[in-house]
Write a protein that binds this ligand. Sequence first.
Ligand SMILES: Nc1nc2c(ncn2[C@@H]2O[C@H](COP(=O)(O)OP(=O)(O)OP(=O)(O)O)[C@@H](O)[C@H]2O)c(=O)[nH]1
Ligand SMILES: O=C(O)[C@H](O)COP(=O)(O)O
Length: 192
Amino acid sequence: MTVWALIPVKARGRGKTRLAPALPPHERDRLVEAMLSRVIEAAAGAVDRTILLGPPRGALPFIFDDGDGLNAALENALAILSRGAPPDRLIVVAGDLPRLDAQDLRQLAALPACTLGIATDRHGTGTNALSLPLPKAAGFRFQYGTGSAELHRAAAETLGLNAVTITTSGLAKDIDEPADLADAEHLFALAN
Ligand SMILES: Nc1nc2c(ncn2[C@@H]2O[C@H](COP(=O)(O)OP(=O)(O)OP(=O)(O)O)[C@@H](O)[C@H]2O)c(=O)[nH]1
Ligand SMILES: O=C(O)[C@H](O)COP(=O)(O)O
């Protein structure tokens, strides 16, 4: 059973705009990089291959995207990956999860066949990761945006997939707003 991770990430300098009231641009960039490193490391300990969705960074494989629309970019990436020799499971995981560990992703990797996993955010309404069983979920319609967890559940059911919610603290704690920054404090030592 092969599992790949796909990490969407915007170009350097373009991410985390909602943190602007709390952090100047260079600190936001450093935080974004520290969170991305954490997510890449967690993926390396849990999946067979990690692919970035965005501009190239370092030596990791990537599918190019210029950051102008997450759902369309993910749909395109899923189509590209499905055309080749796709893995049994693709985990789409956000790059802004400062508490993510390999164990969190292993839970998403180990779901039964025909089961689509939705890792919700701290509010229970957003989506921080999706675990897609392939090839069944090849036509999955991504619904990132407000209330995406519920919409992703419906999209899974449309494809005849069983949708399960996965809640772990590492997967739930994304950093969107200044109030979330307490969960990334341990990374500031690295970032400064
Ligand atoms: N490739 C790509 N990645 C995206 C896109 N939109 C968001 N992401 C990434 O998806 C993850 C979660 O996105 P958000 O929480 O909205 O983060 P963000 O867009 O940096 O934050 P804000 O500017 O505050 O909305 C982060 O790793 C982003 O870099 C997009 O259009 N394309
Ligand atoms: O859909 C969600 O969970 C968020 O509102 C937006 O998604 P993102 O934070 O991954 O862009």
